[in-house]
Design a protein around this ligand. Structure first.
Ligand code: GDP
Ligand code: MG
Length: 160
């Protein structure tokens, strides 16, 4: 039993990251996975998936009243997406930083959207905005058994 792991366990979070259809079509899947993998987060779930309309609407239910909502649903269901569950201390906020601002023209260079996209309606990747939404979205997009609990061999080299 490792006491130093107990303290950090309190802050362990999960986030739902998704390569949107434009990212898949543009061949950016490997590049995007790589950003989170190299950072040192733990990949717990991964699949290529054609999103049905009802799931897209549930995922983005908070945006239902927005004028762009129909376009957003068409976009997300327009081709396969890559669904990912990532775990780590502070992973929710860190992933949002790695992803960058919603509008890729305002996203900092070095972020995924800042480096790889030019328009809000084609911003290549999704990331949960809170730990609660991370859990909610992972439950929504993954079936039981699709999320795997495991320990990285590099764990002691990432956290003291
Ligand atoms: P995010 O958390 O940075 O992804 O941004 P939001 O939660 O505000 O919006 C969800 C997604 O809806 C964005 O990533 C965009 O794909 C899309 N979206 C948001 N605002 C607009 C908009 O003004 N126009 C269009 N076409 N899409 C938008
Ligand atoms: Mg959002």
């Amino acid at each position: 039993f490792l006491p130093h792991l107990v303290a950090s366990m309190e802050e362990v979070e999960e986030t739902y990251i998704m390569v949107k259809p434009d990212g898949v079509q543009r061949g950016l899947v490997g590049e995007i996975i790589s950003r989170f993998e190299k950072k040192g987060f733990l990949l717990k779930g991964l699949k290529l998936f054609q999103c049905p309309k009802d799931l897209a609407e549930e995922h983005y239910k908070d945006l239902k009243g927005k004028s762009f909502f129909p376009k957003l649903i068409d976009y997300i269901t327009s081709g396969p997406v890559v669904c990912m569950a990532w775990e780590g201390v502070g992973v929710v906020a860190s992933a949002r930083k790695l992803i960058g601002a919603t509008n890729p023209l305002q996203a900092e260079p070095g972020t995924i959207r800042g480096d790889l996209a030019v328009q809000t309606g084609r911003n290549v990747v999704h990331g949960s905005d809170s730990p609660d939404n991370g859990k909610r979205e992972i439950d929504l997009w993954f079936k039981e058994g699709e999320v795997v609990q495991w320990t990285q061999a590099q764990a002691p080299w990432l956290r003291e």
